[in-house]
Design a protein around this ligand. Structure first.
Ligand code: GLV
Length: 302
């Protein structure tokens, strides 16, 4: 079974699986031979240069197992007969931890204090605080649940929103009414045609004065110009691990907007995710080889 994997570490972990023949392709090195025989593709974290073209030439493809939670580069171009599975769970710890850190950093003004430290300035002042606030999680899946567990000690109220309402989770339709209640709004929704540009001027306009927008999802969910306009008024602040465009080009106005903390899509890029990713890929390929039902299959309800 010809399998393309993103790293030597993945090839190593699969090396004792009978019949699995791995070639490493991370998109920065020349493409390995035999693309037409690839049956399983584990694409790299950062998509290869031409995903649609690569998928179109994978004429024997049966399974794409991503190492990411997001599957938007693959989903629209998946060849007939191939199954797409995401890495649900792999980035829960890393991303939830980033979100807690990012909201605290913005509320407690760590970036501003770091700037003052660099100037050698003792910039004493009161700041906002996470305690007693309401954290609205928009896109309550496995990362959202991991975030809620981590927030348990912080004395906050967590409000959950997902595409479909269920016990304890509000539906997206309730968002306009919930936004004005939140001190922190955390975006964790997948990038789909429905969520593109969801955080527009109207969404931001409903957020309360002094609220913080935390984006750990995808940059395209937020209308960047609308966000910059709000940041410039000083009414809202933001912590962004993802941006549109991404990477954010030098000189882009978002870099210098007031009250924004930007990290370069690093929330899940940790050894914790790496360990979980290796376990998930090994378990998924064992199921695939045994003809068992696969986990994390992406369906229309994704
Ligand atoms: C990271 O961005 C992911 O989708 O897992």
């Amino acid at each position: 079974m010809k399998t393309w994997v993103p790293s030597d570490a993945v090839a190593d972990v699969l090396s004792d699986m009978p019949g699995v023949e791995c070639a490493v392709y991370d998109g920065t090195t020349p493409e390995p031979e035999g693309i037409g025989e690839v049956e399983v593709w584990v694409p790299p974290l950062i998509p290869v240069p031409d995903v649609p073209g690569t998928l179109a030439r994978m004429t024997s493809l049966r399974l794409v197992q991503t190492v990411t939670a997001g599957v938007e580069p693959y989903r629209p171009h998946l060849p007939e007969g191939a199954t797409l599975c995401n890495a649900r769970g792999v980035h829960d710890a890393g991303t939830a931890e980033w979100a807690v850190g990012a909201m605290i950093a913005v509320l407690r003004e760590f970036p501003e204090f770091t700037d003052a430290q660099r100037r050698g300035e003792w910039a004493y002042r009161h700041t906002a605080v996470l305690a007693d606030s309401t954290v609205l999680i928009v896109g309550y899946g496995s990362i959202g649940a991991a975030l809620e567990r981590r927030l348990e000690g912080f004395e906050v109220e967590v409000v959950r929103v997902a595409r479909t309402a269920r016990e304890g989770v509000h539906g997206l339709a309730e968002l306009p009414a919930l936004l004005p209640r939140a001190d922190v709004v955390v975006l964790l929704v997948p990038a789909t045609p429905d969520t593109a540009g969801m955080v527009d001027a109207a969404f931001l306009g409903r957020m309360r004065d002094g609220a913080v927008l935390v984006n750990a999802a995808r940059g395209g969910i937020v209308d960047t110009d609308a966000l910059i306009a709000e940041l410039k008024t000083g009414r809202l602040r933001a912590a962004l691990d993802v941006t549109a465009p991404e990477p954010l080009p030098e000189g882009h106005p978002l870099w210098s907007a007031p009250g924004v903390l930007i990290t370069p899509h690093v929330a899940g890029s940790t050894p914790a995710s790496g360990r979980r990713m290796l376990r998930l890929i090994k378990a998924q390929l064992s199921r695939y080889l045994a003809g068992q039902e696969l986990r994390n299959v992406i369906t229309d309800s994704y």
